[in-house]
Design a protein around this ligand. Structure first.
Ligand code: HEM
Length: 588
């Protein structure tokens, strides 16, 4: 090769290197420090590492590179800001939410229903859909789903006891998975998947696929999202076969509903939004709770929503429609202040899910009613999302909590005593009793602190935003990530952070908790929409299980392994427990 060619190659390399340096000066030019990074790659090799889960790398950034306040990262050239300061998070997730309404879109191939799921929607589309879906999770709806949850929990207990009679230990992760799937399918869609009746439950098998990301899938996914046009041109497929399976199930169920079988459940809410938003149809209101203010059987879905939102004070001056929109949104933010007029159990519901007492400015997130019409595809998308989003998260939470309670028999016995006390008071496991069970709530909160299924979350900046108290300005498109796992394990907020100490979450100790350091469901108007549902079903399952059996660690499975799954936190090798039935003599 001639000298000219070498010079040309050297010139191209230097220009590329200078370009990379320029792109990677995004954070330093704004006064934000960054962990060491590689030219061109930035931090992507760390974020997508095969040898280390993402939350472990984030924890390193949090502790070593300023992430506990904020630290700049690059996914190739794309800037991502990690924010670990609870006060700043409060601003981003709640106070200045209107600058961070969106999450980064994670696209799948063109035409995929994943692109239409709530989790992926942005701006007005998200607001409208969230407003439609939220009424599924009001306290009234939870109360009406309670008997179904109890039925599924009974099935879980008898199945687990039967297994325990024939095996030295039972993998409770698998059984909680069956329970979570049966509960969601039954409560939201009236589908009976009978997971306890088959050796390999079909629904759980497909839902598992959704979460078993191989490294190749993550690479394909990342590249596709960085270069969607190329991804589509190359016809890269990201959707897992599970999406097709669940779509078919939902489509069949919708066909049955169209033929007249209505239940007033989640699916009907979506179908009503498709049918005619001003005159929604509820032909069978059996699942809708009876309320004092309910007048006629044929009341509209919107009226039903209003009667459900008993935890929110009604603003006399708003019109019915406005009130519905506001209440719909208020009820799903865990930041609503306690109100004098709320009933005991509703207040407990709020306390269960929040230690924060400041207001989200819901008026800043208006809902446009005229657009509340869903396409059939969107309905299928939200239904599939419901099935998969609530499955692994809830099953893992239950598996982790059962492991921790087996490891700490004193807490297990204390919890059992609390449940017996509730039965003594209410005659049975009731909605109200469960809502008032403080130690049960504390055990779940502490489990979610130690093992949050989602270890980090994101928001995308939608309007130019100066981070309060700094000179740093974020621009539309910048991504903010918050390290849930690190906040939950930070010894500054949680003394002896690795210890299972449920008492931290008892009402008398809640003043010691720093706001925004325990956020397993996220926070603010875009928090987890299924939080109440997940907590209620987890509480019912734990209560029923501990009442019927003692759980112990198996001697060969005393350690919990996590970290194989690179994105979500779950027990890698199940949770194998020895289950000993409690006879009726020892029961009372
Ligand atoms: C223990 C169980 C669960 C945990 C720990 C959990 C956690 C989370 C977290 C951390 C987020 C993101 C919040 C944020 O960005 O601030 C989220 C969002 C979401 N979750 Fe859950 N979740 C659970 C159960 C459920 C259930 C049962 C459902 C459905 C019934 C569900 C449906 C969703 C949906 C649809 C979103 C997206 C909300 C939106 O973008 O508006 N989750 N969840």
């Amino acid at each position: 090769m001639g000298v000219e060619v070498w010079l040309l190659v050297a010139g191209v390399v230097m220009a590329a290197w200078a370009y990379s340096r320029w792109r990677h000066s995004y954070w330093s030019s704004r006064g934000v420090s960054t962990p060491p990074y590689l030219p061109f790659l930035g931090h992507i090799h760390k974020i997508l590492s095969l040898s280390q889960s993402r939350w472990h790398y984030f924890d390193e950034v949090y502790h070593k590179y300023g992430g506990s306040t904020f630290s700049g990262l690059y996914e190739l050239f794309h800037p991502v800001l990690m924010i670990g300061d609870p006060d700043l998070l409060k601003n981003i997730l709640v106070k200045d939410f209107d600058h961070f309404v969106d999450r980064r879109k994670f696209l799948s191939e063109e035409g995929s229903i994943s692109n239409e799921m709530l989790i992926n929607l942005t701006g007005d589309e998200w607001k409208t859909l969230r407003g439609i879906m939220s009424p599924t999770f009001t306290s009234g709806k939870m109360r009406s789903m309670f008997p179904l949850m109890c039925e599924k929990a009974d099935a879980l207990v008898s199945f687990s006891l039967k297994e325990a009679a024939n095996k030295p230990f039972v993998d409770m992760k698998v059984n909680f998975g069956r329970f979570a799937m049966d509960t969601i399918a039954s409560c939201a869609f009236g589908i009976e998947c009978n997971s306890f009746k088959s050796e390999v439950p079909e629904f759980s098998k497909y839902a598992d696929m959704f979460f078993n990301f191989s490294f190749l899938t993550i690479i394909k996914f990342t590249l596709f999202n960085m270069f969607p046009t190329i991804g589509n041109a190359l016809r890269i497929k990201i959707d897992s076969p599970c999406t097709k399976f669940f779509s078919n199930v939902v489509e069949e169920t919708i066909a049955a509903r169209n033929a007249g079988q209505r239940r007033g459940d989640y699916l009907d809410l979506l179908l009503d939004a498709r049918a005619d938003v001003n005159h929604p149809i509820i032909t069978d209101t059996s699942i809708v709770p009876h309320n004092q203010s309910t007048t006629t059987q044929g009341q509209t879905a919107q009226e039903t929503i209003i009667t459900d939102t008993s935890i929110v004070p009604h603003n006399q001056s708003t019109t019915t429609q406005d009130r519905t929109a506001q209440e719909t949104i208020i009820t799903d933010t865990s930041t609503v202040p306690h109100n004098q007029s709320t009933t005991t159990q509703d207040r407990t519901a709020q306390e269960t899910i929040s230690h924060d007492s400041f207001v989200t400015n819901v008026n800043s997130i208006p809902v446009n009613h005229s657009k509340q019409v869903l396409t059939s595809k969107s309905i299928v998308a939200q239904s599939v999302l419901f099935l998969v989003a609530g499955y692994d998260t809830t099953a893992s939470t239950l598996a982790f909590s059962s492991f921790l309670l087996a490891k700490h028999p004193i807490h297990q016995q204390r919890l059992r005593e609390e449940i017996k006390q509730i039965i003594h008071e209410y005659g049975d496991i009731t909605y109200q009793g469960i809502m008032e069970a403080k130690f049960l709530n504390a055990c779940l909160m502490e489990t979610l602190r130690l093992y949050p299924p989602s270890t980090f979350e994101e928001r995308q900046c939608t309007k130019t935003y100066k981070i309060p108290g700094t000179e740093v300005t974020l621009h539309p498109g910048d991504v903010v990530t918050y390290p849930l796992w690190s906040l939950h394990h930070d010894p500054r907020y949680w003394p002896e952070p690795e210890e299972f100490q449920p008492d931290r979450f008892l009402p008398e100790n809640k003043p010691n908790i720093t706001s925004f350091t325990h956020i397993p469901f996220g926070m603010g108007p875009r928090n987890c929409i299924g939080m109440r549902f997940a907590l209620m079903e987890a509480k019912v399952a734990l209560a029923k299980l501990l009442l019927a059996a003692e759980i112990h660690l198996d001697k060969n499975h005393t350690e919990l392994k996590t970290g194989k799954s690179l994105l979500v936190l779950r027990p890698d090798e199940g949770v194998n427990l020895v289950i000993t039935p409690i006879t009726s003599n020892t029961h009372g």
